[in-house]
Design a protein around this ligand. Structure first.
Ligand code: SF4
Length: 371
């Protein structure tokens, strides 16, 4: 498979954030050459072939790709452009932490062909950032934004975390207002979830932290919907907001269910039928590639039931909605009456209140459709 959409996992982080259980490698000094060599090897062993390869989207996620700096990112992009053609207008995204951004590196990223930045702002509250073990403070966010704009980036997304524990006293509306003041083209929200293997999971298990109540999650989600909507953003996916024409194209490919490739430690991919994933630990992934061993660790072939559940879930998570069949409009009429959904022709589109119930509504409709 030579997919039009490719995810590249760059696992390095300066330290682990309190809520994070991703496949990361905490390194003070990033082994950039070793990583780039392994990425080139993975590309050559898994995606070799004489036919031309064209990419619509290339996404450097992590981890913290910006930890590779200017030379590392330029070298990484060149590994791909030496083997694949970027289609005209291709979206090339880097995830960056504010403290890694400076004017000189940002200019190199832009010249290398990166045209979109997803900036991990998370909050503008210094106490909340420290509690999250973020390495940056709030002043780094506008500074990073300014450096990105000077370098010519006109497509910047800000990540914000909501539903923090109430004991932090974080002002969610203030954070949204400060994010909007930086005039991003896109905003992604993450509702804080407690993962048992993350530091936060241990704090909660020991009773040192109390999770925000469900009502606070719902209230903050709806505040974001209203505030960003007033500022001209389309709430186009359960957790994502974009100015007109600025939807994230790479992630939108996931939500359409089309094939995508994934390389790097812990990366997942999907060929339209089978999901596969790489071994998650950086050292093991790198060792395998250096010894010519396939870094993939597992796969899962979607069953007809999986496919049905996935098609319903994907359809309901975006404003493009789900095409209803047969007697389904009658089944979902009460959702429309409850303000959880609306009908757009024959398509069912969830409202923000419906997205708060996405899992249960998708499960309900999947069950109905399967009978
Ligand atoms: S920067 Fe991102 S990937 Fe790294 S530890 Fe924090 S949340 Fe996890």
């Amino acid at each position: 498979m030579r997919p039009a959409h490719l995810y590249v996992h760059v696992p390095f982080c300066a330290r682990r954030c309190s809520y994070c259980d991703f496949a990361i490698a905490v390194r003070r000094d990033v082994p950039a050459k070793e990583f780039l060599d392994a990425i080139a090897r993975e590309l050559d062993t898994r995606f070799a072939g004489p036919e031309p390869w064209a990419l619509d989207t290339l996404y450097f996620g992590g981890g913290t790709p910006s930890r590779l700096g200017a030379d590392g990112m330029r070298g990484l992009v060149e590994i791909f452009t030496a083997r694949a053609r970027l289609n005209p207008g291709a979206e090339v995204t880097i995830e960056a932490n504010p403290d890694d951004v400076n004017a000189a590196d940002a200019a190199v990223w832009r010249q290398a062909g990166i045209n979109r930045v997803s900036l991990g702002a998370q909050s503008f509250d210094d106490a909340a950032l420290a509690w999250m073990h973020r390495v940056h403070d709030s002043s780094a966010i506008p500074a990073a934004m300014s450096d990105l704009r000077s370098a010519g980036f006109d497509d910047v997304s800000l990540d914000l975390i909501f539903s923090l524990p109430e004991s932090l006293g974080r002002d969610w509306q203030r954070d949204i207002d400060l994010a909007l003041a930086l005039r991003p083209e896109h905003v992604s929200l993450y509702g804080l979830t407690v993962e048992s293997h993350a530091p936060l999971g241990k704090w909660v298990a020991r009773g040192e932290v109390v999770e925000a109540p469900e009502e606070s999650y719902e209230r903050e989600f709806l505040i974001a919907d209203e505030s960003l909507g007033k500022a001209g953003f389309e709430h186009y996916e359960v957790s994502n907001f974009a100015l007109p024409g600025r939807r994230a194209r790479h992630n939108s490919a996931y939500w359409r269910g089309v094939p995508y490739g994934g390389i790097g430690p812990g990366a997942h991919e999907f060929d339209g039928n089978v999901r596969r994933w790489n071994v998650g630990a950086y050292a093991e992934w790198q060792r395998r590639l250096s010894q010519g061993v396939d870094p993939r660790e597992g796969d899962e072939t979607l069953t007809p039931d999986n496919r049905l559940a996935e098609s319903v879930y994907l359809g309901l998570r975006t404003v493009d909605g789900l095409l209803l069949k047969g007697n389904e409009p009658g089944h979902v009429a009460r959702w429309v009456d409850s303000g959880w959904a609306r009908l757009d022709g024959a398509r069912l589109v969830l409202t923000p209140r419906g997205w708060l119930r996405l899992d249960s509504l998708a499960a309900d409709l999947t069950l109905f459709r399967s009978h």
